[in-house]
Design a protein around this ligand. Structure first.
Ligand SMILES: Nc1nc2c(ncn2[C@@H]2O[C@H](COP(=O)(O)OP(=O)(O)OP(=O)(O)O)[C@@H](O)[C@H]2O)c(=O)[nH]1
Ligand SMILES: [Mg+2]
Length: 393
């Protein structure tokens, strides 16, 4: 299988491209480009330059206008750029036109995220899910260059630039692969469902949140086991489940894949069974990076994704993590004032329990545990109504 190598490989140079539109202000675009640069580095490339253009909406032909495209093309040639990465998704025809014009690898947002997932998936299930999503994404986008690159990747030989015939052959191959992957996934899903059913009646808690907010760090802390935490986007692609006890009350805790704005639809669809872990949870711990400049956006994206997968309306503990990174006088507020402001905003709006912690420094973990315990306990006693509450003390 193709793998993205980030170590010991030559430097991959990338440029990023985003639009400023009526719906997307210049500041927002800058923030999104920062996130895109982070995604780019997660895949092992360095960002050499960012291009933006003010447009009402993306150009149908080439996403950016003609003049901007010439500017990007000149830079790509002069600086030997390997990848041009667009912050939005490209239509198959935009992709074709851009490939012709730029003659280097073109990434759009979906493909970048898919390739990150592909490089990080560990279990057979996650690998199959990502491969399925990637093939579904590729099918309508096969071009001469694509076919050429994919053949290099797959090791099937390049045959010196693919013609229409080769593209058609590849299309057929991809369709077959999709069928095979779907069947494989159905089998894995069935096994997982049986496994989940056999877990019996036990409260299930899922840690959810935007990517890189500290979900795995918190999981490690609560379950006292080592879960990979890294300053990378999508360090976790597979979900991990651990049994945890609050004194006499046991529950299952799962660490899940992080969310991000504009998660590719194919990916969400093929990740359905991974997301079942969230859908079937009784209680959610929604982790937020309190030090992030656009944490409101993050909360919004997570809530929307939860609604998309029909996992809203669960008792939720909202955990603002990384308080250690807050500094006085940012946005003209002291740390205390900022915390108070967030508390009132989110307590009123979401009717959630809110807690401020530093998972890295183990700050305020007792308060988190006691709030979580209340939610777990409430559910536990609905499952086992005959158990007297005070028998546990
Ligand atoms: N300063 C600080 N850093 C933290 C804290 N908690 C986690 N981190 C760091 O934040 C980065 C991301 O942590 P993870 O636990 O991998 O985050 P995640 O939400 O699981 O990320 P993904 O799996 O990539 O979605 C790591 O470098 C952690 O060391 C915290 O309380 N304070
Ligand atoms: Mg993680």
């Amino acid at each position: 299988m193709y793998e993205v190598t980030t170590e010991n490989s030559v430097v991959v140079k990338a440029v990023l491209v985003a639009l400023i539109t009526r719906e997307q202000s210049a500041e927002k675009t800058d923030e999104y480009l920062d996130e895109l640069a982070f995604l780019t580095s997660t895949l092992g490339a360095t960002t050499e330059k960012m291009f933006t253009q003010r447009l009402e909406k993306p150009d149908v032909r080439s996403f950016v206008g003609k003049g901007k495209l010439e500017e990007i093309s000149a830079y790509v040639k002069a600086e030997n750029i390997d990848w041009v990465i667009f912050d939005d998704d490209l239509t198959p025809s935009q992709l074709r036109n851009l490939e012709k014009e730029l003659s280097c690898k073109i990434y759009d947002r979906s493909l970048l995220i898919l390739d990150i997932f592909l490089s990080r998936a560990q279990t057979a299930q996650a690998k199959t899910q990502v491969e399925l999503a990637r093939n579904q994404y590729l099918l309508p986008r096969l071009t001469r260059m694509w076919t050429h690159l994919e053949r290099q990747r797959g090791g099937t030989g390049t045959r010196g630039g693919a013609g229409e015939k080769e593209i058609e052959t590849d299309r057929r191959m991809i369709r077959n692969t999709i069928d095979v992957l779907k069947k494989k996934l159905e089998k894995i899903d069935k096994q997982n469902m049986t496994q989940r059913k056999s877990r019996g009646k036990i409260v299930r808690v899922a840690i959810v949140g935007y990517t890189n907010v500290g979900k795995s760090t918190l999981m490690t802390l609560l379950s006292k086991s080592d879960i990979l935490a890294e300053n990378k986007l999508f360090a976790t692609v597979d979900s991990t489940v651990r049994k945890v006890n609050f004194e006499d009350i046991p529950f299952l805790l799962s660490d899940t894949v992080g969310f991000i704005r504009k998660l590719p639809t194919h990916l969400i669809e093929s990740f359905k069974s991974t997301l079942d872990e969230i859908r079937e949870a009784d209680v959610l711990i929604h982790v937020v990076d309190v030090s992030h400049p656009v944490l409101d956006d993050h909360i919004h994206v997570v809530n929307n994704t939860l609604a998309d997968i029909k996992a809203s309306d669960k008792p939720t503990l909202l955990v603002f993590n990384k308080v250690d990174l807050l500094k006085d006088e940012e946005e003209g507020l002291t740390v205390k004032e900022k915390i108070e402001q967030l508390k009132t905003t989110y307590l009123n709006k979401e009717e959630n329990d809110v807690v401020f912690i530093s998972a890295a420094n183990k700050e305020n973990i007792e308060e988190l545990k006691s709030k979580l315990r209340k939610l777990v306990e409430a559910k536990h006693f609905t499952i086992f109504p005959n158990y007297l509450k005070n028998t546990y003390y």
